[in-house]
Design a protein around this ligand. Sequence first.
Ligand code: FPP
Length: 284
Amino acid sequence: MQPRGESLSPSPASRVNELSAEERAVYAALKPERLPQHVAIIMDGNGRWAGRRSLKRFVGHQQGAKAVQLVTETASRINLPWLTLYAFSLENNLRRPRAEVNFLMRLLKTYLDSNLERMRKNNVRMRYIGRTHDLPPEVQDKMRWAEEATARNTGTTLTLALNYGGRSELVDAFRGLAAEMKNKHLSLDHITEEDVHRHLYTAQMPDPDLLIRTSGEQRISNFLLWQIAYTEIFVTDRYWPDFRGVHLLEAIADFQRRERRYGGIGEDSGEVEEDFESIKIAAS
Ligand code: FPP
């Protein structure tokens, strides 16, 4: 299955020269023709990062917000079209203490306020996925403001998953699709994967090529369940507040060493059709 999505605007002048020396060294070994179009990240480990330093959890979230900006800037310098970050799950909203949830909401507002100018300079466009209509109204206002202010930017699209859950996204998609089928008097037998895709929050984007998870947990945690069917997964032990652009580039280097087969077989498997045809299968 090939990724689908909006056609990309013409690449602006390369900003690779803005990478740090450390980043440039990793970038130099990458194959430009095999750069991913869409990288998604499960940002995990803010609390543990803080705990290791005998700091309060909120300090970990503050450092995590800084990492968001730095990683986004590296993504924009290599002209990555789509970067999607799991910033706040439905489960975070339901299961974390109210004080922490309120702090994360305030942090998001401050983040959008104080980084908008940097987003503009980096040509970054902001978008959101999730049940954002259930977030506090003042947070939604700030989100809308940042989205509108960056809507004309043509570089990296930074999508923040907020009050997001993969299963609830599918429920929302099925509801939307069911309503469409009913209105258009269409037969359910004709539903296709493309129809489901059209009703996802991510309908305008290609599926992620690479999913990164920080802090070592080997879980998907209800993130982009439909979209990651053929995504390469990269798990690092590094906690999110320590994750930087150079680590994004290292993950991309690892991704480029993988062979993506989409359920097929490798190009150099050496097998030919006759091999299969001439083999007798013994009864078992
Ligand atoms: C996991 O850390 C991360 C989150 C709960 C959300 C991610 C939030 C940020 C990176 C900061 C805010 C982001 C923006 C865009 C302003 P955790 O608390 O689950 O860590 P732990 O598993 O070590 O406890």
